[in-house]
Design a protein. Structure first.
Length: 252
């Protein structure tokens, strides 16, 4: 069996980005013997990294069937040493029955989740008391390229300046698609203030919550306008956070 070269390249790119993901969160946590849940696992590169780091079990969830199929085939073919440790499922975190995970990770996913409050609540219920969520995601909607290229507007902030009605109509004409809103492109359009509110109201204890975490020169350039209230939303391009589940053993 031969896997598509484009998918393998995407997996390799994710593998190369894993060190940066952990660095932006302050370093990789202790994973030896841990049960880990990956929400939005995509091609599975972070799951492999976690299994390689000594986790006893890794469950990767994604709603994209083709990504889950690739991830499962890829570990069988190219990473058999961790194949028994990792399970991939096309499933919503709100639907799984397992609980007691030591950690949950989510990389570049929360900007695509439409009902983030519910998903955060579901993650919290599936972590053991004291379990932690490690999440990093972006670009945020109001940042220069927060459309992830999906509106096909090349100009920075073009997707924010132009009316949504125009953007959707333009895409429908170009591709004969039945799009009705930006949500149909898989983007939730949440503002920085929305994320901050949802994370603070999630019931998790916030260990770390940082904006514009990057060593890229553009990120440093964004640091000063991000401090200004009127510009904050438009110069915030990512969020990295560590949240801890304070749920007591008896569930109260």
């Amino acid at each position: 069996m031969t896997l598509p070269s484009a998918e393998l390249a995407y997996f390799a790119r994710g593998t190369a980005e894993n060190a940066r993901f952990w660095a932006r969160l302050g370093g990789k946590p202790a994973l030896t013997g841990a049960a880990v849940l990956d929400v939005g696992c995509g091609h599975g590169s972070l799951c492999v990294d976690i299994a390689d780091s000594g986790a006893r079990r890794v469950l990767g969830l994604d709603l994209n069937t083709s990504l889950i199929d690739f991830a499962a085939a890829n570990i069988r073919l190219h990473h058999p040493e961790v194949a028994a440790t990792i399970e991939f499922r096309r499933q919503d975190v709100r639907e799984i029955s397992e609980t007691g995970f030591d950690l949950c990770v989510s990389k570049d996913t929360f900007e695509h989740v439409m009902d983030l409050a519910e998903v955060l609540a579901a993650i919290k219920l599936r972590l053991r008391p004291g379990g932690r969520l490690y999440a990093g995601f972006g670009p945020l909607w109001h940042s220069p390229f927060g459309d992830h290229g999906r509106t096909e507007i090349a100009a920075p902030w073009g997707h924010v300046v132009l009316p949504e009605r125009y953007l959707i109509s333009r895409l429908n004409r170009r591709h004969r698609t039945p799009l009705n809103s930006i949500h149909d492109l898989g983007l939730n359009k949440l503002a920085l203030a929305d994320y901050m509110r949802l994370l603070r109201q999630s019931g998790f204890k916030i260990i770390t919550l940082k904006v514009n975490v990057s060593t890229h020169p553009m990120s440093r350039l964004f640091s000063w306008p991000h401090r200004l209230p009127l510009l904050r939303e438009y110069f915030a391009h990512n969020i990295y956070c560590i949240l801890e589940n304070e749920l007591a053993e008896d569930g109260r």
